[in-house]
Design a binder for this molecule. Structure first.
Ligand SMILES: *[C@@H]1O[C@H](CO)[C@@H](O)[C@H](O)[C@H]1NC(C)=O
Ligand SMILES: *[C@@H]1O[C@H](CO)[C@@H](O)[C@H](O)[C@H]1NC(C)=O
Length: 430
């Protein structure tokens, strides 16, 4: 037996991968004391984000940019570090974006919060146009050489990117990225040098791209995190609590149920899943045939996103869900609208505890019964509760359903890209 031991140990040592657990915080302080009013305020940017998620890449081929306009700031941030020595940064967590970026000093037009100072980092390096990531960000190939001086080194890679109502200009650079106890060398990110337009909707310090493209975290770290990460988002009711972002296979929940991850070549950053139906209580929601079908050519299907606040269903799906939900609640005085919500009822008349839970059914036998706080949202000021989902905005190419972060609170969502599956497990993450 003894001779087999050594190779086994070596094998174990060689395959040990890193793991990190980072705290996830709410991005903004509560704009209002009531969770309902806070969410309505936060969800104001959802329409722009839906537009971003449902827009298809304009062109095909390698130059099709996985970065698109209309993006809005995700609602959660993680603590990270950039550079040597590490400069602490709060980065917005975004599963639908690939590129990581940070506001860099000097920048007179960036948000006033503290900037990353490349000059203070001994390992900071701007990347040249010949870097493989430059065409992805620029949306066009780089010249082979300087047309006027073939011996000259290629210029460094500069790009601009629209974000919310603003756009920024950045340099592609690399430096150490520090996540929990892990440090990743030569991490490619955008160093933002100027912003045009309002900065109020930009992440304050930067963004961590957790999408599926070549610039995203899992792609840049190789096997380090086994191609898997998960998060547990803290409840909107507890602004001052944190959840977690767990990188790597270690510590992922054994109880998670998995559904296949689908890939849309036109929106290759996004995590699509195959929703097969919805239930209200025990009643299946009767949607028109084909309502949930995945269609890569139109972008239709269902995306799991960390940055949208309220789950949106396409018009026929939402109409059927609302009808079934109202039938169960049977509020004597009917329903009112509040912000994005159109199914609010008086909890003096109908005990909110009697409201039915919504279950999202997915391929692979996943029946995700949403916790009650993810189905129904209460006003603390008035006896009012609302169905916490909505119809996709009419003005966008609304073929995409989005399972948003309000519906992911206190669940662990596992993005197992290596095995092409998305998992869900109940967890209290506050
Ligand atoms: C950068 O270095 C300067 C000069 O040493 C120092 O005053 C400043 O605090 C440093 N900034 C950061 C973010 O490390
Ligand atoms: C989605 O799930 C249904 C039911 O299992 C299946 O028939 C269909 O082929 C799946 N679609 C995709 C794109 O995997």
């Amino acid at each position: 037996m003894a001779p087999t031991r050594l190779p086994l140990l070596l094998l174990l040592a060689a395959t040990v991968a890193a793991a990190a657990d980072l705290s996830v915080y709410h991005n903004v302080h509560p704009p209002s004391a009531s969770p309902l009013e806070s969410i309505i305020a936060l969800a104001r940017d959802d329409d722009a984000r839906l537009l971003f998620l449902s827009s298809k890449a304009a062109s095909t081929g390698t130059a099709s940019a996985p970065v698109a306009s209309g993006q809005t700031p995700p609602s959660y941030v993680v603590r990270a570090g950039l550079g040597s020595p590490a400069q602490p940064m709060l980065l917005a967590l975004d599963t639908s974006a690939d590129a990581t970026w940070a506001h860099c000093s000097p920048c007179g037009t960036c948000p006033a919060s503290s900037l990353f100072v490349p000059a203070n980092s001994s390992s900071y390096a701007p990347l040249p146009c010949s870097s493989s990531m430059c065409p992805i960000l620029q949306g066009q190939p780089c010249p082979d050489r300087d047309p006027f001086d073939s011996a000259a080194p290629l210029p460094s890679c500069a790009f601009s990117k629209p974000f919310a109502d603003a756009s920024f200009q950045a340099a592609l650079a690399s430096d150490w990225l520090h996540l929990g106890k892990d440090s990743i060398p030569n991490y490619a990110f955008g160093c933002v040098g100027s912003v045009s337009g309002p900065t109020s909707d930009l992440p304050k310090q930067g963004l961590l791209g957790l999408g599926r493209g070549p610039m995203a975290l899992l792609s840049q770290v190789g096997n380090m995190y086994n191609g898997v990460f998960s998060y547990c988002l803290p409840s909107y009711k507890s602004y001052y609590f944190s959840g977690s972002l767990r990188l790597g296979a270690a510590g992922q929940p054994r109880s998670a149920r998995y559904t296949p991850m689908l890939k849309n070549p036109h929106r290759s950053s996004l995590y699509y899943v195959n929703v097969t139906g919805l239930s209200v209580g025990r009643s299946p929601v009767k949607v028109p045939a084909g309502s949930f079908a995945f269609d890569p050519s139109t972008g239709a299907g269902t995306v799991v996103d960390s940055g949208t606040v309220i789950t949106r269903w396409t018009a026929p799906v939402y109409a059927a869900l609302r009808e079934e939900f109202r039938r169960h609640v049977a509020a004597p005085s009917g329903y009112t609208s509040l912000g994005a919500f159109d199914t609010c009822f008086n909890t003096d008349e109908v005990a909110a505890g009697g409201a039915p839970a919504v279950t999202i059914h997915m391929d692979g036998g996943v029946d995700l019964a949403l916790p009650m706080e993810n189905t129904l949202i209460h006003s603390s000021a008035t006896p009012l509760a609302c169905l916490a989902m909505a119809e996709a905005p009419q003005n966008v190419n609304s073929v995409v359903n989005v399972v948003a972060n309000l519906q992911q609170q206190n669940l662990r969502v596992v993005f197992d890209v290596a095995n092409s599956r998305v998992g869900f497990a109940r967890e209290s993450c506050n």
